[in-house]
Design a protein around this ligand. Structure first.
Ligand code: FES
Length: 583
């Protein structure tokens, strides 16, 4: 931090003096504020210290954040040991299984809540306690816009359970066992037994799903303590990280280390590189695009694809591999990955400690023998986990998690079996008279950002039951929605523009031929341009709308997947940088 920048901050209000409530008399505003906070028993000496806000997302509806009370206690300890004054405050909490119609519908609302509460309340820095899929991106989007020094803390992953001596964890195994139950390979008693074992403790999903991906991304961005991504929720390591996070927040408050100094184009390039190397969730792209967008940084999907060609998947975790997050932590966590990627990273990117990523890696010392993070020259998949597709079906792009797809289906052509929306799919997919074969392509429309709305994780269409019974485990599935980071299969997602606003996907009909070529990065509807144009004329699409409330705001302002599905009014007018840059 240079001196002139320090000087310019000298006169800015700090602590309780920040953001005074408007009564037209600043002295009175401060007097009143102090009077009220003293009602909680604080002394002037406590109130004169740097104030560290702690965003509390604990909620009975969010078991992924079930350890929030212990983390808050540890963060407070860290803050006070470093001479600060901790103040926790609630924000919206969003859990994947307790948010209708889908958690993604609420991510932007949570980001607005986080941003405005950081801005409205006096704090010199903020600790963001998140974890479950949408919470970390929401908090980082909000913090990036608020511009107050911020540090991410995650709740940490849950423990794995055991079903009949087989190790299981949410949620790759949730899907695997549910698939077995649908195929009548296991009975109702066994699926009920599994249900008790899949989530063995509080904490986030135990595989490289979206929560783990976003934790790793936050560490790669430098906005979390080095080593902070992987410790499971119920470990002493997690509590220690929380205490250190509190202490670091005080240092950040004193030095004025604001998010835009950390979340730079280089930091986002590092994070994209890590996303590819960890076999991360496809949702990571949407969230990184939204986060970068808040800072005027655009993610170039084609360059991301090029980056994938030189970035192998190194982490052997489900769903791309076989291990769980607790194994990843014991293997050294993200630092083991960063060491392998070192020649490809921007080591001069700044972190929350005030040191660079390269300096932090030096401090962490050498790695050790383990079998979860592979060496660069012996990866579990030779390219990055995610490929970007284009073609007349997705003029704005689409993605596929190639590391979790079926090899035999990645170069294929098939007949479209079309579902118009989620309700249509739910109603027909298991009917015995559904005209479907194993080599058909299942197409689901209207699950994009505006379609469902909220771009739900319904892109992982179930295998029709009559095919599941025959042993079919994977089919090509295509939609404008997302899928859970814990899911696997040959699944084309994020088709842009989405069908609900008239993208070509809206015009796909039963029996059309579609070609998927991951090697050529192609997703094509094999229908002539003239035929497609005629269909568009015959079948004009009216985008969905709503009468009132958040749904109205959402439908009017949500952007497409290639812009992070953020609200347009939360993104800057001018973008100043595009990443990844061509190498
Ligand atoms: Fe919360 Fe998976 S449901 S992380």
């Amino acid at each position: 931090m240079n001196n002139s920048s320090n000087d310019s901050k000298k006169d800015k209000p700090k602590g309780l003096h920040k953001g005074l409530t408007s009564y037209g008399d600043a002295g009175f505003s401060l007097f009143l504020r102090k009077a009220f906070i003293k009602g909680a028993g604080y002394t002037d000496s406590a109130l004169d210290r740097p104030i560290i806000g702690i965003a509390n997302t604990g909620s009975a509806y969010n078991p992924c954040h079930g350890n929030a009370p212990q983390l808050i206690e540890a963060v407070k300890r860290g803050v006070m040991l470093a001479g600060g004054m901790p103040m926790d405050f609630p924000t919206i909490s969003v859990h994947e299984s307790f948010a209708a119609p889908t958690s993604m519908y609420l991510r932007n609302l949570m980001s607005m809540d986080t941003e405005e509460m950081i801005r409205a309340q006096p704090m010199d820095a903020v600790v963001l306690i998140g974890g479950c899929d949408k919470t970390v991106p929401a908090q980082l989007m909000g913090a990036a816009s608020a511009g107050v020094p911020a540090i991410q803390l995650v709740t940490g992953s849950m423990l794995t359970g055991s079903h009949r001596s087989e190790r299981v964890g949410a949620c790759t195994d949730c899907r695997r066992f549910w698939g077995k139950y649908r195929a009548e390979e296991i009975d109702a008693k066994e699926i009920a037994d599994v249900n008790n074992q899949l989530v063995a403790s509080v904490g986030t999903c135990s595989v490289m799903g979206t929560a783990s991906t976003m934790a790793c991304i936050a560490e790669a961005l430098g906005i979390m303590l080095p080593g902070g991504a992987s410790a499971p929720a119920v470990t002493a390591d997690r509590i220690r990280i929380a205490e250190q996070t509190g202490a670091t927040a005080v240092a950040m408050a004193l030095s004025g280390l604001t998010p835009e100094k950390i979340l730079t184009g280089k930091a986002f390039e590092n994070a994209l590189r890590v996303l590819l190397a960890i076999g991360g969730s496809t949702n990571g792209i949407v969230h990184l695009t939204a986060m970068a967008g808040r800072l005027g940084i655009e993610i170039d999907l084609l360059q991301l694809d090029a980056m994938g060609a030189e970035t192998p998947v190194l982490v052997d975790l489900k769903p791309s591999g076989q291990h769980y997050m607790e194994d990843f932590h014991k293997a050294g966590g993200l630092r083991a990955v960063l060491r392998e990627l070192k020649p490809l990273l921007h080591l001069d990117a700044l972190t929350v400690t005030g040191r660079t990523l390269g300096e932090e890696l030096e401090l962490a010392g050498p790695g050790f023998a383990q079998d979860v993070v592979r060496p660069f020259n012996n990866p579990i998949y030779p390219q990055g986990s995610i490929a970007v597709l284009k073609g007349n079906l997705a003029p704005g792009g689409a993605i596929i998690k190639q590391s979790a797809a079926h090899k035999g289906l990645m170069e294929s052509e098939g007949r479209a079996v079309v579902f118009e929306n989620i309700e249509d799919m739910a109603e027909r997919i298991d009917r015995e008279d559904l005209d479907v074969n194993a080599d058909d392509f299942l197409v689901l429309k209207n699950i994009g950002p505006k379609g469902a709305p909220g771009m739900p994780e319904a892109g992982y269409l179930p295998i029709p039951i009559k095919l599941a019974r025959q042993g079919v485990k994977d089919m090509v599935r295509i939609s404008d929605g997302r899928m859970s980071g814990t899911a696997a299969g040959t699944i084309v997602l994020h088709i842009t523009p989405e069908s609900a606003i008239g993208g070509p996907l809206a015009q796909v009909r039963n029996g059309d031929r579609i070609r998927l070529s991951v090697s050529k990065r192609e997703i094509s509807l094999l229908v002539s341009e003239a035929e497609l144009a005629e269909r568009m004329q015959q079948n004009p699409i009216t985008p969905p709308s709503a009468e009132r409330g958040y749904r109205k705001l959402f439908l009017q302002t949500v952007t497409q997947a290639d812009q992070g599905a953020d609200f347009d009014f939360l993104r800057p007018e001018n973008f100043t940088e595009k990443v990844p840059r061509p190498r």
